[in-house]
Write a protein that binds this ligand. Structure first.
Ligand SMILES: [Zn+2]
Length: 106
C-alpha cells in the first residue's frame, strides 16, 4: 500500500488558513510550517480535529503514513528504530495516550 505524496493544499484543513498547513515535507518528514518532526504537535491537534471521534479512521490513515515514512526515513543515517517510528506516527493516537497539546510559544 502506498499513499500518494501529500501536496500542499490537498488536505482539507489546509485550505482554510496557513495555520493548518502543518504538512509533511518528504523525504525528511519535517513539518513544512514549523520544521518540527512530523506530525508536529499542531499537526497532531489538527488531525484529531479533522477526524473527530473517528480514532480508528485516523489510525488507518497514520498507518499508511507510517508505511511511506518508513521507506523514506530508513534511508537516513542512523535510521530510526521501529520503536521510534511507532512512537512518532502511531502511539500518540492510541487509546489512553495523553491528550495532544500545542505549546503556544511554538
Ligand atoms: Zn508543524
Amino acid at each position: 500500500m502506498t499513499l500518494p505524496n501529500i501536496p500542499l493544499g490537498r488536505e482539507p484543513l489546509s485550505r482554510l488558513h496557513p495555520v493548518h498547513q502543518h504538512l509533511p515535507e518528504r523525504p525528511g518528514w519535517r513539518c513544512r510550517a514549523c520544521g518540527a518532526a512530523w506530525p508536529c504537535p499542531m499537526a497532531r491537534m489538527l488531525l484529531r480535529a479533522e477526524y473527530g471521534p473517528d480514532r480508528v479512521g485516523l489510525s488507518v490513515y497514520l498507518a499508511g503514513v507510517l508505511f511511506d515514512a518508513t521507506e523514506d526515513l530508513m534511508r537516513e543515517t542512523p535510521p530510526p528504530t521501529p520503536g521510534e517510528l511507532f512512537e512518532r506516527f502511531l502511539a500518540w493516537n492510541a487509546p489512553g495516550a495523553p491528550p495532544v497539546t500545542v505549546n503556544p510559544s511554538t
